[in-house]
Design a protein around this ligand. Structure first.
Ligand SMILES: C[S@@+](CC[C@H](N)C(=O)[O-])C[C@H]1O[C@@H](n2cnc3c(N)ncnc32)[C@H](O)[C@@H]1O
Length: 286
């Protein structure tokens, strides 16, 4: 029997801007889990409760049970102010919207170069980048996924005194393996040879990465060291018209300092545009 044909489905509607936007909306709703906030479960920390719950605590421990509450906080997810239990990104809706605008802009303006995030955690921002290339029908650009995949380095007090007092190296929740990130790409059908993993500390991987040119450079490594290493290795590869996005600019003074130092050393005066309470970007003009 011949396959049924539908007059409403044609190659042109399959690539229409409206359909592209709907796919990207859907992808973002999944990556942040905003679409499923009502179903999200969060562990309840009984350690914060008074002694009356001792018996309950013991029962949970004995049975290997967890006490959870249902429902995520839409405001926090919008502003990237929580660490979501299952979402592939913690940056929240506003900063994800900004990634979308920057990628839309370089694709619409034909600014040459690949897309990269340095500091990917579960990979959500880079999954969005790859999905957007697909939706736009781009066939050339790559998405670079740079991370230690074992969390943040301990501050190096000698080389980077700016990081002293800001130690996230023991936070195990920030260590997500490369295999897990690959599995996350696969979940969305977006793992292919145009997704390149750079595994290791930025100081060891970025300067020698086989990247020719970048159109979007997104920094999310929190620390002075992680930010300056990425800027020094990658900013020279950024096309004029491309974007630098800095996730931790407002939240982390060492990150802000690294940007200021780099910009001053290289005479960069491009306007810093605020995205939300922490994220910023600037567009390279020279
Ligand atoms: C806050 S998380 C990134 C959040 C992520 N962009 C998202 O969408 O949810 C910071 C990440 O940076 C990585 N990282 C920080 N400094 C690094 C360094 N110097 N070298 C390699 N990875 C680093 C950590 O392993 C972690 O995955």
């Amino acid at each position: 029997m011949p396959a049924p044909t539908s007059p409403s489905v044609t190659p042109s509607t399959a690539t229409s801007p409206a359909l592209r936007d709907r796919y990207i909306d859907l992808l973002m709703g999944c990556l942040t889990r905003e679409l499923f906030l009502d179903e999200e479960t969060h562990d309840v920390d009984l350690a914060k409760w008074p002694g009356a719950v001792d018996e309950l605590r013991a029962t949970l421990r004995t049975n290997g049970w967890r006490l959870t509450r249902r429902g995520g906080d839409a405001d926090k997810r919008g502003t990237g102010n929580d660490w979501p239990p299952a979402a592939e990104t913690m940056v929240g809706r506003r900063r994800l919207d900004d990634v979308r605008r920057c990628v839309d802009s370089v694709l619409a303006d034909d600014i040459p170069g690949d897309l990269i995030e340095t500091g990917v955690w579960r990979g959500g921002v880079t999954i969005l980048m790859r999905g957007m290339l697909e939706a736009w029908g781009d066939v050339d650009r790559k998405v670079w996924v740079a991370d230690s995949f074992q969390g943040l380095p301990a501050p190096d007090a000698t080389a980077f005194p700016q990081d002293v007092g800001h130690d996230l190296s023991t936070v195990s929740a920030l260590a997500v393996s490369a295999d897990q990130v690959r599995a996350n790409f696969e979940r969305y059908g977006l793992l292919d040879d145009r997704v390149e993993f750079l595994e290791g500390w930025f100081r060891d991987t970025l300067a020698t990465a086989p990247i020719e040119r970048l159109a979007v450079l997104r920094l999310d490594g929190d620390m002075y060291e992680s930010t300056i290493d990425a800027l020094e290795a990658l900013y020279p590869l950024l096309s004029v018209g491309g974007y630098v996005i800095v996730d931790d600019y407002g939240a982390w003074e060492p990150c802000r300092r690294a940007c200021a130092d780099y910009r001053e050393r290289h005479g960069i005066t491009d306007e810093i545009v605020s995205i939300d309470w922490t994220g910023v970007h600037w567009r390279r003009t020279a």
